[in-house]
Ligand binder design. Sequence first.
Ligand code: NAP
Ligand code: G4F
Length: 321
Amino acid sequence: MTTALITGVTGQDGAYLAKLLLEKGYRVVGGVRRNGRDALGRLTALGIAEQVELLPFELMEYTNVRHVLERVHPDEIYNLAAQSFVGVSFEQPLYTSEVTGLGALRLFEAARVVTPRAKIYQASSSEMFGRVTVSPQNETTPFHPRSPYGVAKTFAHYSAVNYREAYDMHISCGIMFNHESVLRGTEFVTRKITRAAARIKLGLQTRLELGNLEARRDWGHAPDYVEAMWLMLQQDTPDDYVIATGETHSVEEFVKTAFEFVSLNWRGYVTSSPGQLRPADVESLCGNPRKATTALGWVPQVLFYELIAIMTRADLQREGK
Ligand code: NAP
Ligand code: G4F
């Protein structure tokens, strides 16, 4: 039986990946942070909380990372743990660098010592492209990160490439564009919008305050994206892959579509507030996933309009209970 360790198993991607690997017959071990709330909500929602072996895991703590590898001896390691919210990274740049940047390096270093033959997936991000001058972006597009989070992910990405080249380790990076789902955190713009559209429709909320409505993103569906993570680790040779839909849409288009789904005109409810703007924002992202399609056979199944329908319908059901 193949053993996989997933760091960040309680997050959106961690939950979907755990489900996928369990379906494939893996032994799945998940690293969990100790905190005061129901950490297992997403695993419970997918009906797999009992099937994942959980271990205390903190990326800030090298000894803990190393002990977990010694105990689990994974064949595959998926490093999904991160302070993943770009907005907060401006408020907590040092913490974000510690977890999202140095945390990945701690894991690679521990794996070099304990499990050098394990295959590793690193969750890199389209946020590394930042201020783009070329569109669409692919694996050769230069990085120009625009946030402490983007800078930290770029450090982690180059650390992965360095360990691959220096120590011949099988580390692959998915340069993933935004991917969303019914399990997406409510702080991210998509879920903030679909939840608000549902709540306004149901009379539970009256207004929605957003920031930059002109920002454009390439939004896909998280269950499709975790499949790409797994595919990368089934290859003989490690590499980097852009994972994206190839479509770009504005935040305003997202709002309009979600509100239309609940038969409301968004203009009556949504404001753009300076308080929600970031010190620097990524204005436009659009990925070219051709390499992943050719080398991995990966194709996104869910695109923009279906994604919004899935998320808004789920929020209507959840909020209507
Ligand atoms: P998420 O929902 O925010 O999940 C992040 C996970 O990391 C959570 O399980 C969290 O645990 C854990 N974590 C945070 N700090 C940690 C620490 N110090 N030690 C151990 N675990 C820690 O993120 P996601 O959307 O699933 O994304 C997964 C990964 O892909 C992240 O690295 C993210 O940066 C990257 N990524 C995401 C996207 C996207 O659009 N979703 C795109 C590109 C890259 P708690 O539950 O305790 O908070
Ligand atoms: O949903 P967002 O917070 O996602 P962002 O910043 O693109 O980051 C996400 O995708 C990255 C991949 O590119 C991941 F690496 C990262 O971990 C995360 O999953 O914001 C999207 C856009 C931004 O331009 C933001 O300024 O929406 C704009 N926006 C406008 N109003 C807002 C809001 N974002 C949030 N979170 N909240 C708003 O009210």
